[in-house]
Design a protein around this ligand. Structure first.
Ligand SMILES: [Zn+2]
Length: 157
């Protein structure tokens, strides 16, 4: 090892924390629990409906105004099939995807259910067709992103 070789140092972060979700995220998560609906907020300048709802447009830096429900159906935009276990995620293999819900101008990431993952390559080929999906809520929402996931619509190949 020379003096110029970089070294790696193993470490582990494990801490609990609480953060202020902010005005838009607070309402977004409350809508999941109280009304089982997914809401976006509209930028008054570029008119895009941003999902999940946020206080400011990331393109115009304008404060968003109007709130509007999106979905419950949408189109898969891109995905990954996770084959390694991660803390906090269901047992692999799982599909994680960005979906643009009907009426939205931005995509939202969450789990996708309904794909046969026994053959990963075949599943990826089917998902590459960017199928339609539908939002499915859990029985008891808690105001978290895990309150819903996406289900493949069966009438799409
Ligand atoms: Zn904008």
């Amino acid at each position: 090892m020379s003096a110029h070789d970089l070294i790696t140092i193993n470490g582990r972060w494990g801490f609990d924390y609480t953060y202020f979700a902010g005005e838009a995220a607070t309402r977004f998560f409350r809508e999941l629990v109280e009304n089982r609906r997914i809401m976006g907020s509209r930028c008054p300048a570029c008119k895009r409906l941003l999902v999940p709802a946020r206080s400011f447009c990331d393109a115009c830096m304008e404060r968003t105004t109007e709130w509007k429900e999106v979905g419950p159906e949408g189109t898969l935009e891109t995905f990954t099939i996770i084959t390694t276990a991660f803390p906090g995620l269901p047992a692999p293999p799982i599909v994680m995807a960005y979906v643009t819900l009907d009426g939205a101008d931005t995509a939202l990431i969450n789990l996708v259910h309904g794909e046969d993952l026994s053959d990963i390559d075949r599943a990826a080929a089917r998902l590459n067709a960017l199928p339609r999906v539908k939002v499915k809520f859990v029985d008891e929402p808690k105001g978290r992103i895990t309150d819903f996931s996406f289900e493949l619509l069966k009438d799409v190949a």
